[in-house]
Ligand binder design. Structure first.
Ligand code: UDX
Ligand code: UDX
Length: 458
């Protein structure tokens, strides 16, 4: 079959894979190829054991794969054939040198730009899909323009707003699609080509075009605002625990104000995921580099509040368990950074587990999707830790349960059965406020919710 356009995506990760699957599904006349340096990842994209867990994804991939969706490691070949290249390689926080711990590590990004130049022989549109510092496109354009072959490359920013666990739905019905381009004739044309892809299934009024820098910065700002809401309510949860107010009631009362809105104000042990912390620190670094120290301090507090919340959770466990947890068996219910994903990047479960292990607790980690990643995250950490997929086995002889991830399966557990096999006194620390606390208390548990009065039998 002859395809009307060749789309390539470099980077078959949490963003590139699902995004391209949906584009392929909705645009059968385009050929969509996803390439990655990681052979194992590509092999899994070509099997029914996809490298990431995402509801609805396997079905979408199965429908399009082999028809107009292809996964491959042939990067050079893919670049040569492409009309449009989405770049979706990872841009982690730098761990070394200038800006370590804050700035984005753009080495993969730059390497990809050089690869594009060396394997291209005709004009192409390059789409920034990865979240990047504002004005990265400028550097990208500079690398691309210095090609001796005189090829024209138009760089467009099309940041991704999908959230893990709901990626397929977010892609199918996005709140908006943002496309930023240079305000030139060829920039506008390139933006239109990208808009035409999404127009296959997204209503025109939801496709927003802006200048390149606004698009890049909007992504960082959206994530910073979302994270700020969580840090705000988490700060209030600490105050609730001192005043006998109930943070869930506050979320409801405050969220009922339509100016504020009800989403993203649930107290938790803190936000995780690959984006929030990385993007805020990046924003902070950019502000500092422009000498905007007050602005940088303001946003940095959002991250500090998140760390405080995780520490507070661990301190509470230690204090309530009579100031020692040495050799006590504590079950972490959940390790993914949120429900419906196996992703553990920046999961609050990681610092919580490390701190509990440093106190010499005996840990059992239980998660329906994230055990493989949990093992990797805690590899090399000293201490007694076991991984158990079955919650009923995990809780045998446990002194305490700590809820880390808001998986539905944990809400539905038979807690009478759980209580009967645990050590007494049995403790529950609900880091997500998902359990029925009153009922647990009646069964006999000592219950410590987040931002609400505790229920104890002492
Ligand atoms: C990444 C970025 O981290 C995020 O900031 C951005 O918004 C979207 O892209 P994600 O898809 O979650 O997010 O990253 P990851 O799952 O790590 O996928 C990146 C893929 O790129 C990996 O499979 C990696 O092997 C691949 N890659 C990386 C290349 O193919 N070439 C490289 O040079 C570097
Ligand atoms: C986020 C953005 O939502 C998405 O638009 C962007 O493209 C990438 O970053 P993601 O990291 O997948 O997506 O997860 P998200 O659903 O935003 O949750 C982030 C963290 O906040 C999770 O750890 C979650 O448990 C936590 N959270 C969320 C809370 O603690 N309370 C809330 O009320 C909502």
């Amino acid at each position: 079959m002859k395809f009307s356009k060749n789309i390539l995506c470099i980077g078959a990760g949490y963003v590139g894979g699902p995004t391209m699957a949906i584009i392929a599904l909705k645009c059968p006349e385009y050929k969509v190829t996803v390439v990655d340096v990681n052979e194992e990842r590509i092999a899994r994209w070509n099997s029914d054991d996809l490298p990431i867990y995402e509801p609805g994804l396997l079905q979408a991939v199965r429908e399009a794969r082999g028809r107009n969706l292809f996964f491959s490691t042939a990067i050079a070949e893919g670049i040569r054939a492409a009309d449009i290249i989405f770049v979706s390689v990872n841009t982690p926080t730098k761990t070394f040198g200038l800006g370590a711990g804050m700035a984005s590590d753009l080495q993969y990004w730059e390497k990809t730009a050089h690869q594009i130049v060396s394997h291209s022989d005709r004009p192409k549109i390059i789409v920034e899909k990865s979240t990047l510092p504002v004005r990265t496109a400028e550097a990208m354009e500079r690398i691309l323009k210095e090609n001796k072959k005189n090829i024209r490359f138009d760089v467009v920013s099309n940041p991704e707003f999908l959230a893990e666990g709901s990626a397929v739905n977010d892609l199918l019905s996005p709140d908006r699609v943002l496309i930023g381009s240079q305000q030139t004739e060829s920039g506008a044309q390139a933006a239109q080509v990208i808009a035409d892809i999404y127009a296959h299934w997204v209503p025109a009024d939801k496709i927003i075009t802006t200048n390149l820098w606004s698009a890049e910065l909007s992504k960082l700002v959206a994530n910073a605002f979302l994270a700020q809401r969580i840090s705000s309510i988490n700060a209030i949860s600490a105050l609730c625990e001192k005043t006998d107010a109930d943070v869930s009631e506050i979320s409801f009362a405050v969220g009922s104000d339509t100016r504020i809105g009800s989403r993203f104000i649930s107290a938790s042990i803190g936000f995780g995921g690959s984006c929030f912390k990385k993007d805020i620190l990046n924003l902070v670094y950019i502000c500092r580099s422009y000498g905007l120290n007050e602005v940088a301090d303001y946003w940095e507090k959002v991250v500090q509040m998140n760390e405080y919340q995780q520490e507070r959770f661990v301190k509470k466990i230690i204090k309530e368990m009579f100031n020692t947890i040495v050799a006590k068996k504590i079950v972490l219910l959940g390790f993914a950074f949120k429900a419906n994903t196996g992703d553990t990047r920046e999961s609050p479960g990681i610092p919580v587990a490390k701190k509990l292990l440093a106190e010499r607790a005996s840990l059992v980690i239980c998660d329906p999707q994230a055990l493989e990643n949990a093992r990797r995250e805690l590899a090399g950490v000293d201490g007694d830790v076991r991984y158990e997929a079955d919650p009923y086995r995990a809780v045998i002889d446990a002194h305490a349960i700590a809820v880390i991830t808001e998986w539905d399966v944990f809400k539905e557990l038979d807690f009478e059965k759980v209580f009967s096999v645990m050590q007494k006194p049995a403790f529950v620390f609900d880091g997500r406020n998902i359990l029925d606390h009153q009922r647990l208390f009646q069964i006999g548990f000592n219950v410590f919710p987040l931002g609400k009065p505790s229920l104890t039998h002492f």
